[in-house]
Design a protein around this ligand. Structure first.
Ligand code: SF4
Ligand code: SF4
Length: 375
């Protein structure tokens, strides 16, 4: 890409980012309806406990969203159901979804939702309910390898195989023609399971899922804990990823090789993007609730959902300005900034380096992309 010699590229990129954030007409809110989860994943930084969001807090959340929709010029309300395991809080979801949809309809804005679930309860019946009644258009489910590998990393607390249950649900949902939602599988990769990622890819293809799901391989990182100690180095992950992407392509998966322009890096930098957990804490980042190391009260909290006024100085919201001012010099000098956006403001804040694998393997990705375009 050629630009004029006298253009201040960094300023231009950051200006486009901040304009996109100011112009975004989607109100995004993440809801964590419960603090419970059936799994005990070894890299998870959250501490789980049995608690569903109370009806009083649900009503406070609805009032907050109503105020925001009234104030701003939004075209869509987008809810992200997140955990702990959101489907253990399905009672609260069933009460909230119709009210959220009504709220959107009254203000004449579109409504949609997504869910991140561990897949243990993701049966075809519940998936259909999610799609029809909760307007869920995409679900993300994690599988960390073939059965033996996955079950060591993501054991069910009752000792049963979580792999068999999750894969069984996934295959049943994928085979239900009435269910059209996007199915995204995430595989968290570190030294422990890197050697079996290829087997997982083969297994998913053998189950007939290659054309129905998208598979995303993500390096394990610190979630307020020491999970990153088992992480592969970025160059190692990136080199292996090129092999995995080639294998996926050969088995019929569609693969995302080239990153595109990323103007809004995440929820945390959005104008009014927020997350509410089951005990009523409000955050603007999705990975801080239930994480004990962030203290009590959680150092990232903006306040409680029932508070009229919340903290207005939300963390990370000025990330783009900080890049421009030189606080994040590595991003400011990085040729990947336009397509990366800085990856994760929280990781930078905590002293980690969150660069995506494409920073290391963009040449190989381009070569593969080019090769696959040849007749
Ligand atoms: S700051 Fe990082 S962890 Fe928080 S929402 Fe953004 S990308 Fe996610
Ligand atoms: S690749 Fe790394 S240094 Fe470059 S913009 Fe992304 S996070 Fe920043």
């Amino acid at each position: 890409v050629l630009v004029n010699e006298d253009l201040d590229e960094l300023a231009a990129v950051v200006c486009e980012n901040t304009t996109a954030i100011a112009d975004r007409n989607v109100l995004k809110h993440v809801i964590q309806p419960t603090a419970a989860c059936q799994l005990g994943c070894d890299y998870c930084g959250q501490e789980h406990f049995a608690h569903q969001i109370s009806e009083e807090r649900q009503d406070a959340l609805l009032r907050r969203l109503e105020r925001r929709l009234r104030r701003g010029e939004y075209a869509r309300l987008e809810i992200g159901w997140f955990g702990a395991e959101p489907l253990l809080g399905v009672r609260a979801m069933r009460r909230l979804s119709p009210r959220l949809r009504l709220l959107a309809a009254e203000r004449d804005v579109d409504y949609s939702a997504t869910i991140v679930t561990n897949g243990m309860r993701f049966t075809p019946e519940l998936a259909q309910e999610l799609e029809i009644q909760h307007r869920v258009k995409a679900a993300e489910i994690t599988l960390d390898g073939p059965e033996a590998v996955h079950d060591v990393r993501r054991p069910a607390r009752n000792g049963s195989s979580s792999f068999r249950r999750i894969l069984g649900n996934l295959v049943a949902v994928a085979q239900t023609p009435e269910i059209g939602m996007q199915l995204n599988i995430r595989c968290n990769v570190d030294k422990e399971n890197a050697g079996s990622v290829g087997d997982l890819i083969e297994l998913l293809a053998a189950e007939g899922l290659a054309k129905r799901i998208s598979l995303h391989l993500a390096p394990v990182y610190s979630w307020g804990n020491d999970a990153d100690e088992a992480a592969l180095s970025l160059p190692d992950f990136a080199a292996r990823e090129v092999e995995w992407l080639s294998q996926m392509h050969n088995l019929g998966f569609s693969i995302d090789l080239l990153p595109s322009r990323r103007r809004i890096v995440c929820l945390a930098v959005q104008r009014e993007g927020e997350a509410t957990d089951a005990v009523g804490n409000v955050f603007n980042c999705t990975e801080v609730s239930y994480v004990p190391i962030y203290g009590e009260p959680n150092r990232y909290t903006l306040g409680k959902i029932e508070d009229e006024e919340l903290e207005t100085q939300a963390p990370f919201r000025s990330f783009n300005r900080e890049v421009l001012s030189g606080k994040h010099a590595r991003c400011a000098e990085c040729p990947m900034l336009p397509v990366c956006g800085g990856a994760c403001p929280k990781q930078w804040e905590e002293g980690n380096v969150p660069c995506p694998s494409a920073k290391e393997n963009i040449s190989e990705r381009l070569a593969l992309w080019y090769a696959l375009r040849q007749p």
